[in-house]
Design a protein around this ligand. Structure first.
Ligand SMILES: Cc1cc2nc3c(=O)[nH]c(=O)nc-3n(C[C@H](O)[C@H](O)[C@H](O)COP(=O)(O)O)c2cc1C
Length: 200
């Protein structure tokens, strides 16, 4: 399945082609590609270069950790995520390493790292899906995540699966149209709610 964004302005290819698939192939991801995924996350921008991200990761080749990660997901996500070769939980360090106080950009910066990661995945021909539907408490307990660190999202990454061999409900989810609010709904100028002509 290929679901490129239908855009008003041109985009670079990984942004155009990334989407959240629910049909994965169990085929292992090459080690070099997995390295590149986290290299991409590593080079995300962050406030004061604090790099507040950590990931707990496993492939199907590490079944103990993989199954623990899978067990953190809501059942509705497990159904399809269990086919993806790589599962990860993204964790934010909520404390600034510079000031020792709350880093109010921590979640933002972990989101940037995740965005880099999934765009790199797309560029490598991999499917990806970020998930908020998981138990942070279970992740905290199973992986002994210390206080001050927040499990934010989980990610499923893998080779795209064969649409025809997937369950009917997953096929229909995968084939659903992607949509976005128009740019003029949220790019403002002057006062709140006034569309900018720059994006017309
Ligand atoms: C932080 C976050 C949490 C999400 N949680 C879930 C989830 O628990 N289950 C799911 O199926 N999709 C989840 N998604 C995927 C979104 O539904 C998806 O990104 C959105 O519908 C846009 O579709 P697209 O990614 O294909 O463009 C999540 C995405 C993000 C960024």
């Amino acid at each position: 399945m290929h679901k490129p964004a239908s855009t008003h302005f041109p985009l670079i290819e990984p942004i155009r082609n990334r989407w959240s698939s629910v049909i994965f192939d169990e085929k292992p991801i090459e080690a070099e590609k997995i390295g590149s995924l986290f290299e991409a996350a590593r080079w995300a921008a962050s406030s004061f270069n604090d790099q507040p991200w950590s990931y707990i990761v496993a492939t199907k080749a590490q079944p103990d950790v993989y199954n623990k990660l899978l067990s953190c997901l809501m059942e509705a996500n497990q159904v399809w995520a269990k086919k993806a070769d790589l599962l990860a939980v993204a964790v934010a360090n909520l404390t600034s390493t510079r000031t020792g106080k709350t880093n109010r950009h921590a979640q933002h910066d972990v989101g940037q790292a995740n965005a880099n990661l999934v765009l790199q995945a797309t560029a490598l021909g991999l499917a990806s899906h970020q998930m908020g539907g998981f138990s942070p408490d279970r992740a905290r307990e199973l992986f002994e995540i210390p206080a001050g660190y927040e499990p934010l999202t989980m990610l499923a990454i893998g080779y795209p699966g064969e649409t025809k061999s997937a369950a009917a409900d997953l096929q229909s989810r995968d084939s659903s149209t992607r949509s976005r609010r128009p740019l003029t709904d949220w790019v403002f100028t002057g006062t709140w709610g006034t569309s900018s002509s720059l994006v017309e």
